[in-house]
Design a protein. Sequence first.
Length: 267
Amino acid sequence: MNQLRTYVVFAALGFRRYSAYRLATAAGAFTNSVFGLLRAPITMAVIGAAGGELAGYGALEGATYAWLTQAVLTPVNVWTWNELALRIRSGDIAVDLARPVDLQMTYLAGDLGRAAFQVLPRGLPPLLVGALVTGLALPTTVLPYVLGLIALALGVCVSFACRWLVNLAAFWLVELRGVLTLHMVAVGALSGLTVPVHWFPDWLARIAAASPFPSMVQAPVDLLAGRVQGIEALGVIGVQVAWFLGVLLLGRVVLARGVRRLVVQGG
């Protein structure tokens, strides 16, 4: 119970940390909305060029997809994150490891607090703009939104687990910018952020399905839009849970190996 209280405190600190930058939050919401204004018409034009329907997306559904991805990308955090890597390189990780709390879980709690703050101020403005400009094809019942929010929380967790794993490469690599950039490109290409995974050719769809990336963006967008329902929706959430636990466990194993290497080198 004490450990749980500790993680709640770290989540609250993550929330407060990002809520302090109100001007940056407003600027980010504006930027997300502007990109939505660019992406929604392009997506609609692609669907129109395909005959008005593409893999189950009509023009309005395509616009909704574009606006929803703009709404979830910041809470999920598809961008480069190197906070842990910098602490490994500076040696400050030794201080973190000396604390009587689980390092990975405290970082996860802080990231969930960050995402909880960013859901409304970064996610709601693009949806409001989308509703006014193109309209939105959203469910009229409550259940898709409940499942969508669960999927969004799991998308944040999967994203964190992947970013954590990439940052641990700093135990072995002096320069990490290339790895971080490669990870960001892979997320952008395979998560459904750029175009729906449902539009991928078969060979690329198989690659995406073998990665955790669709669980970050495509899964919550599908559930929030009501594209996936019933047993299929539970299956999507189950895949997210599996990827989260698998990558998180791998991150714990790699951290343990990295710590042993740190100790051997006298860190």
